[in-house]
Design a protein. Structure first.
Length: 479
């Protein structure tokens, strides 16, 4: 059996040949991006994911036979037809998430899941575009392509009354329709890993779609001419994995995406000017239930990781005897168990749709994601409250290699570990809870799935409440 699911070195080679236009700290990157200080950590970590997928011990659940070629392809592309398929998807997602403690929000399975979902209902896209999304899905699956994505417009003016009418486009829009494709000009936010994935998926901006020039969706290679990725500052300040155990490995980078008259050929477009399809595409493809199933699977692992960090702090300075400490750690335990239960219930209550696809129940998944937007900052607060000054008494690797080592060994020892072990642990806890990397993680969990306010509003409005109303009424009417 052939294996088109790629391995780590093949992935890195592909990305190094990409040469997308990526701007970092005032300069266009013209070296191999896989060796650039801001990207080498994350790309190495991503390459590891591909090697794990092909590991003989894991291949059994992390890959499956392509329906097209019968070759082995990644399970994150699997269109589930049974509850067992959903379980395989979860196991795959969590196996990858474990490698980063859930800190790699945009491991390839996130967008693979989105493209898999779009591919389930390709027939709902306008005739000539439907096949484009089918091909996109199949091509991604057969070649193990990676994607970044964007569906947010620049944060210029978010008032309800705002309507963009500037002479030069701000929010990316169609400025010309040609016989062979579209010309796009303007910007989009916020592509995590922009410029370091094979392609970028551009989806319609949610909310107001007053003008048809904004109603489009497509996927193009990241190295498409006139497409620019503008990076923020890197939070991976040091290469040392002792000093920055998370940032040195998992700093993903976020980018502003600029389309400077980018040509998008028709065969890459799967939505254009069609309000009806734009409004039903997410519902029909079950895009959100599937993305949520991926996200919550990762968040369960992330919570387990935070629980481990918190308990290791407790043991390292022996504070387990205090009731408030037990209560704080039990808050994380309860979060972990609740998220896990919600995830499993979503699979238990999954239903087959009219296309034979097994859809996880969205209601418990929305409960999980909206809770996590509040739980995660609280878990981080708990790590801070337990670690206290230990989170900043954290000498570096160079300090330990210097002549002050005896001082460090003496004064930084823990109750159950030596100074080096204790410092390693507290540097990890600092990178989770206090560093620039850790701060971004908190913002990420609050916002990556959408504004918490509007997400909760949508949950409230979409939730089927009749069963609860009937129960309440039955007691009202009781003799
Ligand atoms: C670390 C990180 C990584 C991300 N990665 C990606 C990515 O890879 N791809 C991608 O497409 N997006 C990504 N996002 C963007 C994410 O989808 C958005 O942050 C989210 O949808 C909220 O949009 P916004 O940031 O523009 O906030 P805004 O919409 O500008 O909200 C700002 C504030 O105004 C309030 N507000 C605005 N409008 C309304 C309204 N109509 N009603 C009520 N309140 C309102 C909000 O509640 C909030 O308090 C990422 C975000 C973060 C933080």
């Amino acid at each position: 059996m052939n294996v088109p699911a790629v391995d780590g070195p093949t992935f890195l080679k592909r990305i190094s040949q990409l040469r997308a236009e990526v701007w970092f700290d005032g300069q266009k990157i013209d070296q191999n991006i896989c060796e650039h200080k801001a990207f080498k950590g994350i790309l190495k970590s991503k390459a590891r994911l591909f090697d794990i997928q092909l590991d003989k011990k894991k291949q059994g659940f992390m890959t499956y036979k392509s329906p097209l070629t019968k070759d082995l392809v990644g399970t994150s592309f699997l269109q589930p037809r049974t509850k067992e398929d959903l379980e395989l998807r979860r196991l795959t997602i969590q196996e990858w998430a474990k490698t980063s403690g859930g800190m790699m929000g945009r491991s390839p399975d996130y967008m693979n899941t989105g493209i898999m979902a779009l591919g389930t209902a390709w027939d709902i896209f306008q005739d000539k575009y439907g096949l484009n999304i089918k091909h996109l899905y199949e091509n991604a699956r057969e070649n193990d392509l990676t994607f970044s994505h964007t569906f947010v417009s620049p944060q210029v003016n978010r008032s309800l009354a705002y309507y963009e009418d500037s002479e030069q486009p701000i929010s990316a829009q169609v400025v010309e329709e040609k016989s062979d494709g579209l010309i796009i000009k303007g910007a989009r936010l916020l592509a995590t890993q922009g410029g370091i994935t094979d392609e970028i998926l551009v989806l319609p901006v949610g909310g107001k779609q007053i003008d048809e020039h904004f109603v489009y969706a497509f996927s193009i290679p990241s190295n498409t001419p006139n497409l620019k990725f503008i990076c923020r500052e890197s939070f991976g300040y040091r290469d040392s994995t002792f000093d920055h155990p998370l940032a040195a490995r998992f700093e993903e980078m976020d980018t502003i995406v600029v389309f400077n008259n980018v040509f998008v050929p028709w065969e890459r477009v799967f939505l254009y000017k069609n309000y009806e399809t734009a409004s039903k595409m997410y519902e029909e493809t079950k895009f959100y239930p599937f993305l949520l199933h991926q996200a919550v699977s990762r968040q369960v692992v992330k919570t387990e990781f935070l629980l481990g960090v918190a308990q290791l702090i407790v043991e390292s300075i022996d504070i387990s005897g205090y009731q408030h400490v037990q209560e704080k750690v039990s808050e994380i335990i309860s979060g972990y168990e609740s998220l896990k239960a919600l995830l499993l219930v979503s699979e238990l209550q999954a239903k087959e749709d009219k296309r034979g696809i097994m859809i996880p129940d969205a209601a418990p998944l929305y409960a999980a994601i909206t809770s996590f937007q509040r739980l995660y900052p609280r878990f981080i607060e708990i790590v801070q409250l337990l670690g206290a000054s230990g989170l900043i008494s954290i000498p570096t690797e160079c300090d330990f290699d210097s002549e002050i080592r005896p001082d460090l060994d003496q004064y930084l020892q823990g109750a159950s570990c030596n100074a080096l072990e204790r410092t390693k642990l507290f540097r990890l806890a600092w990178d989770v809870s206090l560093s620039a990397f850790g701060g971004r993680q908190t913002l990420y969990e609050r916002f990556f799935f959408g504004d918490p306010v509007r997400l909760s509003t949508g949950y409230y409005n979409g939730y089927e409440k009749d069963h609860a109303i009937s129960l309440a009424k039955s007691l009202l009417d009781m003799d």
